[in-house]
Write a protein that binds this ligand. Sequence first.
Ligand SMILES: [Zn+2]
Length: 385
Amino acid sequence: MPTEQTRVYSLLILIALCSAVAGPASALDHVTLRRDGREIQVDGRLLVTAQDGGLLMLAADGVLWAVPPEEQIHHTADDTPFEPLSPEAMAERLLDELPDGFDVHHTAHYVIGHDTSRVYAQWCGALFERLYRGFTNYWSRRGFKLHEPEFPLVAIVFADRNAYAKFSQPELGDAAGSIIGYFSLRTNRMTMYDLTGIETLNRYGTARGTTAQISQILAQPDAQRTVATVVHEATHQIAFNCGLHTRYSDCPVWFSEGIAVYFETPDLGSTKGWRSIGTVNGPRLLRFHQYLAGRPANSLETLIADDKRFRDPDQAQDAYAEAWALTYFLIRQRPSQYVAYLELLSQKKPLLNDGPQGRLKEFQKTFGDWRKLDAEFLRYMTRVR
Ligand SMILES: [Zn+2]
């Protein structure tokens, strides 16, 4: 999740400021709201009612709706059970929303809306499913059990980069031109474009077509960074849908980003497993080593206490590198504490914030004094190559 998360948080700030009161009383809530001059009907599960009357709703397509009191026109509830959309219904919903010319490719867990070649959509589906398997196996071997996603996992793949940028503009703003794919906490979807498109073709002079050709193009060293971004976003989506984190909860960004960066090393060589999980992430390690030269003494404290460094473009790359390094270190050196902390964070409810002191306290309750841990962390990481 790049800048998108910032926007989500700013949209929610009104609701989040009033300490939230959870408690869905009925099975299905129906809210009519007015936004941007339009009347919108949202039916879904009520997740949070804030003290000021603001609502957080989860719709059957997995989209989260934060509705401040001034937008609400009408609100009723009944006993109809909440039912997530089936893959078929999700596909229909997608085709309704997307521009003309889109088709849908289904896999076991994914619904992929695309206007690319069928082969490219299949290549993406196979990559996601492999990651899904690798990810869930990885955590269950470490004693954390994930659950099946409640909603079909949706990915939208544009053939054309400009069409993608135009579609993503409302969510990403000006960053749409520079972000190659993203997972949205609000819509629960991934959006991206065909990485073997015209630009890559020009660079490698290769014709796109078969699965083997796609793999060949994307296995080139500079294309691998691009694939890593897609894998990174796909990791977020699985983590937020299978029980590692809860959307809109106060899971520290170093933790969710640390996991995404830990998994982002692409493994295009294998057709079954995902052998590169947990290997050293070369570019992030390099960045972390560079950061060490001027690293402030309280770097670990600022990384844990709040998410500011991830939101500041001047500090974000170092923060991502440090989040990777910390995740790498903890999973290797403090595995049971790390899983205990993961259990704790996975229970967090939407829109309840711990604040910097609360976060630090929780972290130190699991891992001990951060200064001591920091010394151990640095000793360990300077040896990693
Ligand atoms: Zn991310």
